[in-house]
Design a binder for this molecule. Sequence first.
Ligand code: BEZ
Length: 210
Amino acid sequence: MTIRLGDTAPDFTAQTTAGELKFHEWLGDSWAILFSHPKDYTPVCTTELGEVARLEPEFAKRNVKVVGLSVDPLEDHMGWIGDIAETQGTALNFPLIADPDRTISNLYDMIHENADNTLTVRSVFIIGPDKKVKLTLTYPASTGRNFDEILRVIDSLQLTAKHSVATPVNWKHGERVIIVPSLSDEQARAKFGEFEAVKPYLRYTDDPSA
Ligand code: BEZ
């Protein structure tokens, strides 16, 4: 199954390092990140899971829950957690799904046969409180993801969900944003006050959340 932006994230029940997880129920009204990694006891994955654990306060601040997945069994996950704590200096503080029969991996199209026909690629799904998919990313097994970029996308998504703005290239929280073209100048002025119109279609205003 291919998952596309705007689709409802498929529901599932999974065994995880934190017990059974019913996905939609667990999501509640939070944002969420579901991400897969190819294999337990591998170096890139070890660094990624450590970093995601370290970023827990950043996710909490944004009302984001995080869940990882690999096709290895729960016993392997449990053993590997010790190595992550030892080598990365952080305890795993989010659930890690064990998907040995690949049910969830297939549901989310996380196995790309021409890359590897049994292991998951590095997929990322950002899911909104409405349970719709807001972002999909696919990285190769050999490239660790940049979770600062994923936090940056969440900042942008949360901002644009609230205000009639979009975020420009390389935008970061606090920087100027773009007024969406569907707002007239009059409506923009009423919402944001004065703004800079570089072109009629390229109008900047301050980050309304900063
Ligand atoms: C890793 O996580 O280190 C890794 C996993 C699969 C292939 C290559 C690297």
